[in-house]
Design a protein around this ligand. Sequence first.
Ligand code: GAL
Length: 371
Amino acid sequence: MSKSFRILASVAMAATLAATSACSSTRDSEETSGGSTSNLVGIAMPTRSLERWNNDGAHLDDLLKKAGYTTSLQYADNKVDQQITQLENMINQNAKVLVVASIDGTALGPVLEKAANAKIKVIAYDRLINATPNVDYYATFDNYLVGKLQGEFIVDKLGLKDGKGPFNLEPFAGSSDDNNAKFFFNGAWDVLKPYVESGKLVIPSGKKLVGEEDWKTISITGWKSETAQAEMDNRINSFYTGGKKVNVVLSPNDSLALGIAQSLESKGYKPGADYPLITGQDADLANTKNILADKQAMTVWKDTRTLGDQVAKMVDATVKGTAVETNDDKTYNNGVKVVPAYLLPPVVVVKDDVKTKLVDSGFYTADKLGL
Ligand code: GAL
């Protein structure tokens, strides 16, 4: 999608919402959702320390404001209690809708019960909220496909289908309190597992990833780069002696990939022939630069602007009491119910298409990437 088209789309999006929200906040709101007459939308984001959430929050906030909604955009520094307090404040401020990118999807039951009692609608943003009936809709990217694309990229690049190998693989997984992490891992592992079983992919660190919950043994809490870096240091020190080389790293996202690349660099790995294949997700700025510098092989880009656009439409329909668009009413069972969801497509980005996908679409300027 070209840059000019994206700008036109956002302006059109805001105009459409403005037209509808204006009417809903004056006339319809009483009738449709939430007892309150406010048109406040609460936006709860997990943290500012992971790059994408800054983009997510700012874009959605901007769209909703342009559409005439009042907004409360809050970041919780990856602290669950802080996020719960922020949600309680939004409820006490008579929010009409809460848009929540949860830190721990299992910890919000009690506060969302308060929201339900106040007839406040809840939209789970990017990460599913679990173990509660009080979540109305979910919007995200196809999380299982993200992992599948990472696994298929590894199979393709290493020539595993042609019988190449064995290769030394080090797998990582995301934060165990994040419902997405399981989907990312399962998507990748469903592709890679046959090659681990056939011995074409070997895991020198000995991670056993057989059982349903085994992915948690390789999870990096809070998606922290520094934790991933320390874990990679440990594995290299312990299991890569006598000239043994890491050939490929399954990194579920870019913040982990950054720490892993820093560890490899500190152990003497240099971009070039025997530099390991590292996967990623989010197209963070530093990682996109690493891809251009051959320090990371790919990232799965999720254009956060499209998620914001979709959620803004869901908020508006919810307030207006019209049909909320969803395209997956099966996959996301949160343990209490299947939450109707809207899934967006993730896209693989490698060095050769950084310009066409990330710059031409306006996600980054060429200048920002040093292009
Ligand atoms: C996931 C999200 C990813 C990644 C990660 C760390 O839930 O889907 O895009 O950003 O959190 O923030």
